[in-house]
Design a protein around this ligand. Structure first.
Ligand code: T3D
Length: 263
């Protein structure tokens, strides 16, 4: 599959998806949104892929919706934000959240509006020191979308989430780390190496179980304790029958490192 607006590079088990509109800070056009969703779907289906890195080309991670493309759509008449979000952004975020493999956001620069939502929808976020995050929506009279109202309060709590959404203030990577929005901040020059190290860890992990862990945590975030435990039990049954579980236990008993195959 070839793409116009993203780069899709698979090296061994590590897939890097790079948003590739650097002149526009990787702002999302309808084509980019479609291609990104297709890329994640392909990653889900491809057994060789055991971890996905999402990053941006140039000095930005993603500046959200491409406002030039959006205004053209609006001028062409009959445009509805509701229809557009339901048809493009929302399925993309759901595809990322339900991906049966870990996604690491390598936040190389500014993540604004729905671009910040993209980072929030990843499972791990490592940011370069010079990266920043902003809920840019309010600055152009829009409501936070693409999952931001659900994801951000869960990550940093309601007080800070509302503050960021209501003010649209830009948050540095160091501040984002302090708030618990991201996992790690590194010097700009160390971003690729740090992310690659984490990707290697996941490339050798029990991938099927990682997918089940994501599923369990997402289910629990909207369920009762009782329902969450029932779901854990059901998922544990699946994990317990996996080849990687057998290998993990055998490796422990034989005092050696486990060689997980992701199955
Ligand atoms: O259905 C729907 O479409 C609704 C979905 C909405 C989701 C959303 O994401 S709404 C929020 C959209 N995003 C924004 O409002 C952010 C707009 N951008 C900015 O505020 C700033 O660009 C940044 C704070 C992100 C970065 O500022 P700075 O000073 O580092 O860069 P810059 O000079 O503003 O931008 C560099 C270039 O990228 C520039 O192009 P040019 O003039 O050199 O040709 C700029 O126009 C372009 N760019 C940046 N963001 C966007 C963009 N072009 C189109 N759309 C953008 N969002």
């Amino acid at each position: 599959m070839s793409f116009e607006t993203i780069l899709y590079v698979l090296e061994y088990s590590v897939l890097t998806i790079r948003l590739n509109r650097p002149d526009k800070l990787n702002a999302m056009t309808p084509t980019l949104l479609r291609e990104l969703k297709e890329a994640f779907e392909q990653a889900n289906d491809d057994k060789q892929v055991r971890v996905v890195i999402l990053t941006g080309a140039g000095r930005g991670f993603c500046a959200g919706a491409d406002l030039a493309a959006a205004s053209q759509l609006m001028m062409s008449g009959g445009f509805s934000y509701e229809d557009n979000l339901n048809a493009t952004y929302n399925p993309l975020i759901l595809t990322m959240q339900s991906l049966q493999k870990p996604i690491i956001a390598a936040v190389n620069g500014v993540a604004a509006g729905a671009g910040m939502s993209l980072a929030l929808a990843c499972d791990m976020r490592i940011a370069a020191e010079s990266a920043s995050f902003l809920q840019a929506f309010v600055k152009i009279g829009l409501v936070p979308d693409s999952g931001s109202t659900w994801l951000l309060p869960r990550l940093i709590g309601m007080t800070k989430a509302l503050e960021l959404m209501l003010t649209g203030q830009k948050v540095s990577a160091a501040h984002a780390l302090e708030m618990g929005m991201i996992n790690q901040v590194v010097a700009d020059a160390d971003l690729a190496a740090t992310v690659s190290q984490m990707a290697q860890l996941f490339a050798n992990a029990p991938t099927k179980t990682i997918g089940l862990i994501k599923q369990a945590v997402q289910f629990a975030s909207t369920s009762t304790l009782e329902a969450a435990m029932q779901n854990e039990a059901a998922l544990q049954d699946i994990a317990g029958k996996s080849a990687d579980h057998m290998e993990g236990v055998a490796a422990f008993l034989e005092k050696r490192s486990a060689q997980f195959k992701g199955e």
